[in-house]
Design a protein around this ligand. Structure first.
Ligand SMILES: [Zn+2]
Ligand SMILES: [Zn+2]
Length: 208
């Protein structure tokens, strides 16, 4: 084989844009600019630096719109915390699950990018009563407005398909209200009032 042309060699060294929006791997009917994806068409790709799949809305790309491409976060298969360090050597983007200390207690899902936790969600789950409570979603300020909070909500709810889902009392700030007002959870989610089961109440130290 002849030598690789210089221009191609140069291109391979240009790091890919990393501040892309993110979405969970669940089916999305519309792109981030609101196009029906069946009409607009989508193209699958791969972000080699982050070793993560991407989707691009074809219509957005033709129109040169921002947010045409997004990273696909595998929200349904978290890595147990004990295996996270090892897997992070291979996978720059990793969803990590931290088990609760007590049954039906507070567990955590953490999204790590290059071994830094940039978003997490605290949740309580009960497999006996098929209930889930989303307690708190946090996104690092440097990563806001890119869809990480929504991915964390999808990741939380993927832990209990068909469960009865609710949240704790919501943060009254306009930013938090705007977050919840844009969510379209995959199943019904009761906002602002946790529907704890007796196991969760016991784990929370509340027997009343
Ligand atoms: Zn589009
Ligand atoms: Zn329970």
């Amino acid at each position: 084989m002849s030598d690789i042309p210089g221009s191609l060699r140069g291109a391979a060294n240009i790091p890919e844009q990393e501040d892309l929006p993110v979405r969970s791997a669940r089916r999305h009917a519309r792109c981030l600019n609101g196009h029906d994806l069946e009409q607009a068409g989508v193209n699958g790709g791969y972000h080699h630096d982050l070793r993560t799949s991407t989707w691009t809305c074809n219509l957005c790309r033709e129109l040169h719109l921002p947010r045409a491409r997004w990273l696909v976060i595998e929200h349904g298969q978290p890595t147990p915390a004990e295996q996270a360090a090892e897997r992070a050597r291979v996978w720059p983007v990793l969803l990590v699950a931290r088990r609760p200390e007590a049954r039906a207690g507070i567990g955590r899902l953490e999204l790590r990018v290059r071994d830094a936790a940039i978003a997490d969600v605290d949740l309580q789950l009960c497999g006996v009563d098929h209930r889930g409570v989303v307690r708190r979603i946090r996104v690092d300020v440097a990563y806001l407005r890119r869809g990480f909070g929504t991915v964390m909500l999808d990741a939380a709810m993927a832990r209990g398909p068909g469960y009865h889902w609710s949240t704790v009392e919501l943060d009254p700030s306009p930013q938090a209200r705007a977050f919840w007002a844009t969510q379209a959870p995959i199943e019904q989610l009761h906002l602002g009032e946790p529907h704890y089961c007796s196991h969760m109440r016991e784990a929370n130290g509340d027997w009343f």
